[in-house]
Design a protein around this ligand. Structure first.
Ligand SMILES: [Zn+2]
Length: 103
């Protein structure tokens, strides 16, 4: 005679599905970007001490003068051109890695 001894002790373990996906976009380096002279591409500028946004800075190479505020804007545009392709590459790599495990 078979005795069914199926224990129905339902030990429910809460499933820990703690998936943390960290997209390290903040790891992208920005320090190495230097503002270039819009005229000649030089990155050295003459500037007064304690330069303010409405002070003029002068290119060391072609003597082109522009306001620091304008130069900063040029710098931001230049930085975007460098950073955006870098960021895209970085994100694509991360996505590739992230989707590898999802077969
Ligand atoms: Zn210049």
């Amino acid at each position: 005679m078979f005795r069914s001894s199926t224990s129905l002790a339902n030990n429910f373990c809460p499933l820990n599905v703690g998936v943390t996906r960290t997209f390290g976009v903040s790891m992208i380096k920005t320090e190495s970007i230097q503002i270039q002279c819009p005229q000649c591409g030089e990155t050295e500028f003459e500037q007064p001490d304690n330069v303010q946004d409405d002070d003029f800075v002068k290119c060391n190479h072609c003597k082109f003068e522009m306001m620091l505020a304008d130069l900063k804007e040029v710098g931001i545009e230049q930085a975007k051109e460098v950073i955006i392709p870098e960021a895209k590459k970085e994100i694509e790599n991360m996505l590739k890695k992230a989707f590898k495990g999802f077969k």
